[in-house]
Design a protein around this ligand. Structure first.
Ligand SMILES: *[C@@H]1O[C@H](CO)[C@@H](O)[C@H](O)[C@H]1NC(C)=O
Ligand SMILES: *[C@@H]1O[C@H](CO)[C@@H](O)[C@H](O)[C@H]1NC(C)=O
Length: 334
């Protein structure tokens, strides 16, 4: 009995040859991390890996710090879900990226239904960001998804009511509430050179010129197998040259289901390409995957017939993609 217990325990030891965060640190990065969500925290095998700092030194709450959860009615704040994740991260000495203050989606209904005038909505936004921030996060996606694909500004309740200054209102409120947190603007389809990433570069330039606090550009990284842009490194470098840091904040690389060997191998290469681009740009400071197992990926629920986007499969087993990330961190940079 005792021997069989010992031998099975031995087989459960993780292979020590590859660990995502260790390799990120060895590449001069601050962290490799993952998003997580509160309902998943009752899954014990899941949590055991979530806490593994050899792979993850950073956590992002994927839902529980969003507006619908944190200020469900005006002036009534609820940090129960967010605090649960912050506590878990602190206990495991993992950094937290807060997510998010000014965003048009997963908003509380009252923000749009109120038909507020400019002054009132400015104070609503200011109050929301100020109240969110004193939560000791390393960094925050203060503004999320402000752009259209052509680089113009998305017409949200904040943009339409307040104008472009809603972005500086949110950033200034965040800085006042938590002077130490790194303040980010975060968006998708910003990986390569494009009209949308031009829009982000121009916005950050303008904010810097106006002395609005801005510390980083968050590149979400929701990508498709076989369609990774070829200009990631060049784009990250021009972002960094604006005097901000860059982080990949929500990486996943989806494929048509079911996964085939060829698709899994291509996915491995694609992860390697993205990680190597971050490695090559000094101010790309870290990478977060948008949860770590296909069991809890948002992809199949949103993109019909697609999924298998993460480095671990639905049974919490490492896929080739995991080793693609390792290869990315080990790649030589010029
Ligand atoms: C606060 O949020 C938690 C987690 O989502 C929820 O269970 C709880 O009911 C909320 N509290 C109130 C007073 O709405
Ligand atoms: C996960 O395990 C189940 C049950 O053994 C199996 O049917 C399924 O194919 C596995 N999934 C993957 C992606 O290997």
């Amino acid at each position: 009995m005792r021997y069989s217990y010992l031998s099975s325990a031995f087989l459960l030891l993780p292979a020590v040859s590859a660990q995502l965060n260790l390799f990120a640190r060895a590449s001069g990065k601050l962290y490799f991390g993952t998003a997580t969500d509160n309902p998943e925290l009752s899954d014990r095998p899941y949590v055991a890996q979530l806490k593994n700092t050899l792979d993850f030194a950073q956590i992002t709450p994927s839902n529980s710090m969003k507006w619908f959860a944190t200020e469900p009615s005006r002036g009534v704040f609820n940090f129960t879900g967010g605090d649960e994740i912050v506590r878990l991260a602190k206990k495991n000495k993992q950094l937290v990226r807060g997510h998010t203050c000014a965003w048009h989606s997963q908003l509380a209904d009252w923000v749009e239904a109120g038909n507020f005038d400019k002054k009132t909505l400015e104070s609503v936004l200011d109050n929301h960001c100020r109240t969110l921030f004193p939560s000791s996060s390393y960094a925050w996606d203060v503004v999320n998804e402000p752009f259209n694909e052509d680089g113009t500004f998305r017409e949200t309740v904040f943009y339409n009511t307040i104008g472009l200054s809603y972005i500086s209102t949110a950033l200034r409120a965040a800085r006042a509430a938590d002077p130490k947190a790194k303040l980010y603007i975060n968006d998708y389809n910003l990986e390569g050179l494009s009209p949308k990433s031009d829009g982000m570069a121009n916005l950050v330039k303008k904010l810097k010129a106006e002395r609005v606090p801005i510390d980083g550009i968050g590149v979400q990284g929701h990508l498709i197998v076989g369609q990774v842009p070829t200009t990631i490194k060049e784009n990250f470098q021009r972002f960094a040259d604006l005097g901000v840091e860059v982080a990949i904040t929500e990486l996943d690389i989806r494929m048509p289901l079911p996964p085939t060997r060829e698709l899994l191998e291509q996915q491995k290469k694609d992860y390697q390409t993205v990680i190597a681009a971050c490695k090559a740009v000094k101010k790309c400071i870290g990478v977060t995957i948008w949860d770590w197992t296909d069991k809890y990926s948002w992809v199949p629920g949103v993109f019909e017939g697609e999924g298998a986007a993460l480095p671990w499969d639905e049974n919490l087993t490492k896929k080739p993609a995991y080793y693609g990330i390792v290869d990315g961190w080990k790649s030589k940079t010029k």
